[in-house]
Structures are given as C-alpha cells and as structure tokens.
Design a protein around this ligand. Structure first.
Ligand code: F6R
Length: 244
C-alpha cells in the first residue's frame, strides 16, 4: 500500500485526478471503476477541466460504478446514475453506452447482480478502481461484517452509513435502507486501486485501513493485501496514522 500525502481536499483531488488521467493517457481504452460521494467530486471536476483543455480524452474509456441505492431509478436525482451524469459523464466525451452503474430499479436482483459481475469479468476487471472510504471503513457499500463479500450483492446499510449519507437527502427517513454493491472480491480484482480520503471524520477508518489488522470488521483493511493500492489522503484523514 502506498500512501500519498496531500495538504487538503483540493490537493488530494488534483493528485487523484492526476493518477486517473495518467491511466487514461497510458491506455485510452481502459476500464475505470468509479465511486460517488463527496470525496471524488473534486477529482471529477479536475478531470473535466483537463478534458476541456484537451489534455485527456475519455472517448474510448469504459466505466463500472461500485454501487447504487435499491429502489431508485436512473433519473432519480438521489440516484448514483444521476450523480455520475451530473458530476462527470455529462461534461466529458465519454460514450454513455460504455458506462455502467448498478440498476437500482431492477425487478430481478439476483440475475442483475450475476450479470453485473459477468460484465466486469468479461471486460477484464478495472485497470483502475477509484474508492472512497466510509467513516466505518466500508468500501463500495460493503459494510463491516464477519466475512468479506464476494460478488455484486444487495446489502442492508448500517445506521452509521444512513446517517452519514442523510446529508444528501432532505430527511434521514428518505435515505434508502439497502443498496447494490460490487463485492470486496470484485473490488480486489482491479489491477490498481486508488483510495481517496479527506477530513478528520475519516481518520480512524484510514488508520484501520492502512495499519490495522486485515479484518472484515474494517472492509477497507483487505486493501493491504492488494499488490497495487495507492491511498491519497489529506493531512486530516492521515492525522491518526504514524508519521512516515
Ligand atoms: C460511493 C461509495 C462509498 C463512498 C463512501 C465515502 O460510491 O462506494 O463507499 O465512497 O461512503 O463517501 P463520501 O465520499 O461521501 O465521504
């Protein structure tokens, strides 16, 4: 695990965007695994700026998003489909047909999940998987548990995640209680993993991820076993980690 120190959110975002754009420049037809949430928004904004300057071209890129709330359709403003279009896809020259976000409105969750895994496997797994980390150490929506999950599946969100995500909804009751998420095993198949983290609220999870025991009670800790994982975090998120 390589830790890259950033001064603040802006610096973290630029560094993460630099790594993503290097991936796209080196392999224009690459597969990107993408995340939603507050953490990657600055990186997406930076990538959009570089695209507008002509520095990066997304026309051949394919993407697979980590997760989606159960019950939300693509055009629901709270859905991760909507988030991705509003914050990234609509502003760059990506081919929407090559983007994939789990279908929150599926009527057949079991075959949907199997099919999502099959598509990711057939694509050859993400060249780069971007991750944020939950305050409780979750990656995707793989919540602390007594085992690591395998493929894409439906999860019950924990109270801490519901509370953390309620800031994006009008009221806490509106936060869906379930989500579809790529499993931990699928995430680990990515050829490179880039975790971004900022802010004091993430400090304990970042410490547990990088320096704690590898345990499903902190799902992100399994990333210690990945051979090519980079953590880009700001000073506040690294504040509980040993200095160098
Ligand atoms: C989002 C995702 C989640 C978030 C995590 C951190 O697609 O998979 O694991 O990355 O909950 O969320 P933020 O960035 O909002 O703090």
């Amino acid at each position: 695990m390589k830790i890259v120190r950033a001064k603040d959110y802006q610096d973290m975002s630029r560094k993460a965007a630099n790594i993503i754009s290097a991936q796209v420049i080196l392999k224009p037809e690459c597969i990107l695994g993408l995340a939603t949430g507050s953490t990657p928004m600055g990186a997406y904004q930076q990538l959009i700026k570089w695209y507008e300057k002509g520095d990066v071209d997304f026309s051949q890129v394919s993407t697979f998003n980590l997760d989606e709330y159960v019950g939300l359709s693509d055009d629901d403003p709270q859905s991760y489909h909507y988030f991705m279009r509003k914050n990234f896809f609509d502003h760059v020259n990506i081919d929407l047909a090559k983007t994939h976000v789990p279908d929150g409105a599926t009527k057949d969750p079991e075959s949907f999940c199997k099919n999502y895994d099959r598509m990711i496997a057939e694509a050859g797994y993400p060249d780069l998987q971007l991750l944020g980390i939950g305050n409780n150490g979750h990656i995707g929506f793989n919540e602390p548990d007594d085992h690591f999950s395998a493929g894409t599946h439906c999860v019950d969100l924990t109270e801490s995640t519901i509370q953390a995500n309620s800031r994006l909804f009008e009221k806490e009751e509106d936060v869906p209680r379930q989500a579809y998420t790529m499993g931990v095993q699928t995430i680990m198949y990515a050829h490179m993993i880039l975790v971004a983290a900022n802010g004091e609220k993430k400090a304990q999870a970042v410490r547990d991820m990088c320096f704690g025991p590898v345990t499903p009670s902190c799902p992100a800790s399994i990333l210690q076993l990945h051979t090519n994982c980079v953590v880009v975090a700001d000073e506040a998120a690294l504040s509980l980690c040993p200095a160098e």
